[in-house]
Design a protein. Structure first.
Length: 263
């Protein structure tokens, strides 16, 4: 029998919690570690739709990139969205594990996968972790074998993420040789990208003023959206779990979708 703790141990080894940001909430967040694991669902975010899917398909564990709960709760009632989802999942015996920023920064984590998917070489952390392996740290930076126009890099990113559009700061013809990567919402990496002599920062989303600062300082931005920049990672994580635990039924949520659409 495989229990929840065995899956949690695998995830901790894959994305060690010590890599998580101080403000984050990672690890096994709800559930009985000794309960049997038979069916596991991965998702980017637990929403009413993905929670209902997990319950209907009798999942024992949800591995959600974004933590639920994220902030401490003073009460757990069904009169709000978070409370209702947690109550219904607990009643159905569904545990929750979140690797979040530990998964972002792991050696084979989302940022590493995103950088590799872009075709970068010599990939290393944008902000290394002191006294840790050189492969561990926040964000990623890497180079193209030969400089490429920004428009071509944008097309490659859309192809890798299977999306129809993205936001861009910078001219299509701008030559890009070194790229910084930060999945999700990582506009705070702009100064680090500039310090690393990057011509481009790829992140899911950022605010208007960060876009203006990027334009003013000559660093291009590609913004495919928070969902697109991370969802592929939880799909691949489902494959990793299936390979590690062949007896388990593991799937990436089929009802989860980006709340934002290109029109």
């Amino acid at each position: 029998m495989t229990n929840i703790q065995a899956v949690a141990d695998f995830l901790e080894n894959f994305a060690p919690s010590r890599l998580a940001e101080d403000w984050d909430n990672v690890g096994l967040l709800m559930g009985d570690p000794l309960a049997e694991a038979v069916r596991v669902m991965t998702c980017l975010t637990i929403t009413p739709a993905s929670a209902a899917e997990a319950i209907e398909r009798r999942a024992n564990l949800i591995v959600a990139h974004h933590p639920l709960p994220f902030r401490p709760l003073k009460r757990l009632t069904t009169d709000n969205t978070v409370g209702g989802m947690l109550w219904n999942l607990a009643r159905a015996g569904v545990a929750i594990y979140s690797p979040h920023t530990a998964f972002d920064s792991a050696a084979a984590g989302i940022n590493q996968q995103l950088a590799a998917g872009l075709g970068l070489t010599n990939i290393r952390p944008l902000t290394p972790i002191a006294d840790a392996s050189p492969s561990l740290g926040s964000g990623r930076v890497g180079e193209f074998a030969a400089a490429r126009p920004l428009g071509e890099v944008a097309a490659a990113l859309k192809s890798f993420l299977k999306i129809g559009g993205l936001h861009q700061v910078g001219d299509d013809a701008a030559e890009i040789s070194r790229v910084a990567v930060g999945c999700g919402s990582a506009g705070q990496f702009l100064s680090s990208a500039r310090d690393a002599d990057c011509q481009l920062l790829v992140t899911g989303e950022t605010n208007f003023h960060t876009c203006l600062e990027a334009e003013a300082t000559g660093v291009a931005l590609l913004l495919p959206g928070h969902y697109a920049s991370e969802r592929f990672g939880v799909e691949r994580l489902a494959d990793e779990l299936s390979e590690a635990f062949p007896a388990l039924e593991v799937w990436a949520s089929q009802r989860e979708q980006d709340p934002l659409t290109w029109v």
